[in-house]
Design a binder for this molecule. Structure first.
Ligand code: ADP
Ligand code: MG
Length: 213
């Protein structure tokens, strides 16, 4: 059993911010093909702001809910692109899922993860198959829940989530975008990976490593 406290969550945001900086140019290039080429910049800005905001909190007295809400607010303020409200909602829903808890057990942490995916889905109203980040997040959340129920623990659950996210992102190449900026391309979006699904893989993998590594 892994116990996740606010210091560990702050470390997770630092890890995601590093991963986004490393992935920025690839994500901008993917968005350049079917969008407006800013996705890597948006994600780096958002997670850098979230990292800095949560690092300024006192990890000893801040509960996970407050930390995740702080991350949400700073992400939203930093990002003008559509990924801003989507990830801000994800963190707010994650915060609400563990209200009142000081330390998160495996089930709590998977609940945060699932609430994040549900938040993105509720905020963006995208269905699976519409070529968005949902096509990585929803199968990842399902896989995490199934692995946890099968007794795999947090490491096994997040590993299953990362694998499902990778498969989901890969599958967006065969989808025609019907939500977001890429929907303007219609069939011309075929053959290209959705940038938001690609960055979701990077976010989820960084979460896995930071929370279970
Ligand atoms: P923008 O399109 O405003 O420039 P970004 O480039 O930051 O925003 O993000 C683009 C990504 O956002 C897309 O690749 C897609 O995955 C995701 N996205 C767009 N609209 C939605 C939506 N309604 N629901 C879920 N994800 C969406
Ligand atoms: Mg964009």
């Amino acid at each position: 059993m892994t116990t996740i406290d606010s210091n560990r969550l702050a470390g997770m945001f630092a890890a995601i911010a590093d991963a986004m900086s490393a992935d920025r140019d690839r994500l901008c290039a993917l968005d350049g093909v079917i969008g407006d080429a800013d996705h890597g910049i948006a994600m780096e800005l958002g997670f850098t702001a979230a990292r800095d905001a949560v690092a300024a909190l006192d990890g000893g007295t801040t509960d996970p809910t407050t930390l995740l809400n702080t991350a949400a607010k700073s992400f939203l303020n930093a990002v003008g692109a559509s990924s801003g409200p989507l990830y801000a909602t994800a963190f707010m829903r994650g915060a609400a899922a563990v209200k009142g808890k000081v330390a998160l057990d495996d089930a709590d942490t998977v609940a945060v993860f699932q609430a994040m995916a549900k938040g993105i889905q509720d905020r963006g109203k995208a269905e699976p198959g519409e070529k968005t980040m949902i096509d990585a997040w929803v199968p990842a959340a399902t896989a995490a829940g199934e692995a946890l129920a099968a007794g795999k623990g947090l490491a096994g659950s997040l590993a299953a989530a990362a694998e499902a996210a990778r498969a989901g992102a890969e599958a967006t190449k065969t989808m025609i975008a019907t939500k977001g900026r890429a929907s303007r391309l219609g069939e011309r979006s075929l053959g290209h990976m959705d940038p938001g699904a690609a960055s979701a893989v990077t976010v989820i993998e960084a979460m896995r490593v930071a929370l279970t590594g």
